[in-house]
Each structure stands twice: as C-alpha cells, then as structure tokens.
Write a protein that binds this ligand. Structure first.
Ligand code: GUN
Ligand code: FE
Length: 531
C-alpha cells in the first residue's frame, strides 16, 4: 500500500547544508521507495494534492501525520561496528588497542564458536542496534562461519540494511581464536559470501544485506592470506571491503615493521585493498601522504570518535580528510566504542573536532608568541612573516534553515595548512555532523543512490523522531505546549524550532526519542514497534 507522511522533515544535502522543511509530504510506494516529495504543502492544500495522487479516501492509503515536536530524518548509517563485541560494551576502557584486543576482545569473540550462543546473543545485538536508529550497519562478525551466517540471517529477517563479514585472521591472535589455515579462512569467506548472496531480495529485486570482505587488520593477516583475500577482491570488483587502519601508534609501528612498509595505507594498497568500496575504520594517525593515497583510490574512512577516546587512540583529523577529498562516515566501533548509538558518535565527533580546533589555536598562539620574542630579540620586524602569522582563515559551514551562516574565525597559523575545502582544524557544524551520520555514510558504503537522504527513487529509510516531553527523556527540554504557553512564550517560527529540535535530538536524544525506525518503507524498530 502507498503511504503518505506529512509533517516536518530534515533532509541532509551536503557537508554544509541541510533542508528543514516544516510542511513536507512524502509519498512512499508499496515497495518502500520514495516516489514523490512535495517540499511545502499547506494543510489547506492537502486534500487537493492527495486527490491528484488518486486518493480521495484517506483510509485507502496509509496517511501518517506527524505531531508537533516530531520530525522525519534519514536513518543513521553505522559504517563500522563489531556485532560479536556487544557483550563487552563499557568494559576494558583502561587499555589501549593491542592490550584491549588480547584481554577483552578476542576472548569475547571466541565464544561465538558455539553456534547456540550466537543464536541466543545475536537477536539482542541486532535489536539494540536497530532501536538505536541505525538503518544501515556495516557489521564485523567473529571469525566463525556458522555464527556469522546466523547474524546475516537475523539482520535480513529483521529487515535492516547491512553489510556482514566474517574476520580473516591467521596470526598474532590467541590459540583458541585464530584461523587454522589460509585455506580455511578463504573457504569460509567464500561460503559466507555465497550464503548472503542467496538470501531473498526485497520486493524491488535489490538485496538488503550485502557480503563484505573483512580482513581484520594487517597485523592479524599473513602476507599469504592478504594475497588470497586480494584475489577474491580482484575477481569481484563490486564486493565491498572493510578493515582497520592507523588507529593506535603501537599498531601503526608494528604494521610497518611486519610488512616492511613506509606507511600503513601502503600495505593495503600493495594487496589491492584500497578501492572505492573499501571502508577503513579510524585513520587516526594517517599522514597527509596516506590521505592523498586513500583519496586517489576513492576509499572511505569510518570515523569512530567514541572508540578513539575510550581506547585513548587519539583524534582523527576529519576536516583534513575531507579537505583531501576522502569520503567520511561515522562508526560506533562497538565495543571499542561503548555505545551502539550513532547519536553518541555524533556527540564525540563534535567534541573531537572542537578539541582539534582548540589545539590548533593554541599552537598558533604559541608560534605567534615565539615569533614576537624572536623579533624583539633581533630588534627587527619581518613584516612578511608576521603577515603570515596573522592571516585569518574563514570556514564556511552555514546551515540551511537558520537564515544565516556561521563563520569560524580561529587563526590558522600552525603547521596544518588550510586546504581549499576549509574544514581542516575547524569545528564540525550541525550540517556536517548530520551529513557524516547519513549521506556521508551512504557514500562510504557506495549506496548514495539508494540511501542517506530523502529523494525521489531512493529507499525510504527513515527515523520518526520525537522531542515531545512525553518521551520521558529527561535530557531533552522538549516540546511541551502546555508549559510553554502558560509561560507566555509565543510560538517561534516552525523552521527555527525544527533546527533546534534536530540539535537537541543529536546532542541529548536517545532511543526514547526514536519512535519509528523504518527501512525500505517498513517499520522495523523504535518505541512504537510491536513485535
Ligand atoms: N583492530 C583490529 N581489530 C580491532 C577491533 O576489534 N576493534 C578495533 N577498534 N580495532 C581493531
Ligand atoms: Fe573496529
């Protein structure tokens, strides 16, 4: 049945713009694709437009009118998470990566050898991730074929859009959690790909769950294994690839020495693993040369700031990646990250970008002071270099709906030169954060023609969000008309309230504010979902 949604809609457009449409009408086909968007429909025009669409009797279609304080937005895209690490959420954060893997992660993943455990644990895992508002998820399973098949089937049956891969890992892992041979690793990988490709398609003939090659990271794969994985990749150019890169300094050093390489990215390039459908998690310690290399191959980076803070890995230079033309999306990296919700990732992405901006401003201050001292000491004024130091650079992160643009004004006098995009060392705006969580992630998954924003012919993958007080989230000072009107507050323009609703949701929201999680037009989770 055709469904109409009518009400406030947030629609990401780019890193600098999103649309806030207070009276939008979206027509969704029976297959779950968007077949028409009317951006501004007054309620007085509604009957007429529905009649033009052939609906005089509203009960013949689903007509869903949003309440005040509710809005629709595209679903979140989690470009990096480990399904088999959910049992570890919130433990182990006193370690750094390599010790954390040995002490917490490998033992937890090893339990999935028991398919019965996978049958018991994975339904809860998928349930929690769906209810967090993730409509598309890039999952790492464990190294086990059976358990990962169970995960893929569950995700498929639930109706979540996803990529599911099993880890390739045959060295630097404990004896009870390591693949016994290269052949076994490759055979089980091929078997999982086949199993996922044979899962039923959606009614429009497209797959909802995709296989993905998952060489865990260079350290856990021998050269022979990476060579065999690359053979699969080269034979299947459409097959996506996911792995980790430059997350932690000790990891970077170990990788370079194991592979006798100048850089981490070079190792993956050597095995043909950098291409436009490759998802590289973290990239915290990438050099600019590596960013150039990654951009050249069109690979994307999954930014996982919750994990990067929790495991003391550092702060990825997202602005610089963007200025180099690298695609960027967000990842929870459960359980390196302690939250399955992209909302937490958004909050930490914002804080990481502010911290980088603060550090850059401090470095610039220090440099300026040093050069003043030097000038004084030398009793000469080098006006050219002082101009250089005083140069101001402006960001250009406006956002639609506010009616004005924000201009950032941090001095940029440190070593990190501004690139033409102007994102390096700048705070991420709301528009940018929203983009990274949706359309940016879609680009990283090479699904930008299907998801990430609302557009005709794209799939309707959406969240129905509520910032009404009755959701019970104490962190959201939400829509509460009784309280506000008795306070004598006059109604603000709808556009402005929407911009604030969005911002409150992103920073203070949680699963209580997510009323419906919709994938391909079908409700699959959220507070109103009935099992
Ligand atoms: N590098 C290799 N394996 C992992 C993992 O499971 N999590 C994270 N965060 N980094 C990794
Ligand atoms: Fe990870």
């Amino acid at each position: 049945m055709t469904t109409f949604y009518y009400g406030p809609v947030i629609n990401p457009q780019s890193l600098t713009d999103y649309l806030a449409l207070p009276r939008c009408l979206i027509r969704v086909s029976a297959e779950g694709d968007i077949d028409r968007i009317y951006e501004d429909v007054q309620s007085s025009q509604l009957q007429e437009i529905l009649a033009q669409n052939g609906y005089t009797d509203l009960s013949a279609s689903n007509f869903i009118e949003l309440k005040e304080g509710e809005f629709l937005m595209p679903g979140f895209i989690d470009t990096h998470t480990h399904a088999c690490q959910v049992p570890n959420l919130g433990v182990g954060g006193e370690f750094e990566l390599l010790q954390w893997l040995d002490n917490y992660t490998f033992p937890t993943e090893a339990r999935f050898k028991d398919a019965g455990y996978a049958e018991r644990a994975y339904p809860d895992v998928v349930q929690r991730i769906v209810n967090s508002g993730t409509t598309t998820c890039c999952y790492y399973g464990s190294l086990h074929l059976e358990a990962t098949k169970i995960l893929a089937k569950l995700v498929h049956d639930r109706g979540q859009r996803a990529f599911v891969g099993k880890c390739n890992m045959n060295r630097n892992c404990p004896p009870n959690y390591i693949e016994p041979s290269v052949n076994e690793s490759i055979d089980t990988t091929l078997a999982l790909i086949k199993y996922i490709e044979e899962l039923p398609k959606t009614s429009n003939g497209q797959p909802l769950v995709h296989p993905i090659l998952t060489p865990r990271f260079a350290i856990s794969c021998t050269e022979e294994l990476l060579t065999r994985v690359s053979e699969i990749a080269l034979k299947n150019p459409k097959l996506a690839i996911q792995t980790h890169i430059s997350e932690n300094p000790s990891e970077v050093e170990l990788t370079k020495s194991l592979f006798n390489a100048d850089s981490y990215a070079q190792v993956y390039e050597r095995y043909h693993l950098l291409r436009n459908n490759t998802i590289l998690a973290h990239g915290v310690h990438l050099t600019e040369d590596e960013m150039v290399l990654i951009a050249k191959h069109g690979a994307g980076v999954s930014h996982c700031p919750t994990s990067n803070f929790y495991l003391s890995s550092g702060m990825a230079r997202v602005g610089m990646l963007l200025d180099h033309g690298v695609k960027v999306g967000l990842g929870t990296d459960v359980a390196g990250g302690y939250s399955p919700s992209i909302l937490s990732t958004i909050q930490h992405a914002s804080i990481a970008s502010k911290m980088l901006a603060i550090q850059a401003a401090q470095a610039a201050d220090k440099k300026r002071n040093c050069s003043r001292h030097r000038h004084r000491r030398d009793e000469e004024v080098d006006s050219e270099s002082s101009d250089e130091v005083e140069r101001h650079s402006h960001g250009h992160h406006g956002h639609h709906g506010h009616g004005h643009k924000h201009h950032h004004h941090e001095d940029n006098c440190d070593g990190d030169e501004k690139k033409p995009g102007g994102f390096t060392n700048e705070r991420l705006s709301i528009a940018a954060l929203l983009y990274l969580a949706t359309l940016g992630g879609a680009h990283v998954c090479c699904l930008q023609d299907r998801i990430g924003s609302f557009a005709e012919k794209k799939a309707f993958d959406a969240l129905l969000v509520s910032v009404r007080d009755e959701t019970g989230n104490p962190g959201v000072w939400g829509y509460n008309i009784t309280r506000d009107l008795t306070d004598g507050v006059t109604a603000q323009s709808a556009d402005k309230s929407m911009v604030e609703w969005l911002e409150r949701f992103l920073f203070c929201g949680d699963d209580r504010n997510i009323r419906r999680v919709i994938v391909q037009g079908k409700m699959i989770g959220g507070q109103e979902y009935q099992h």
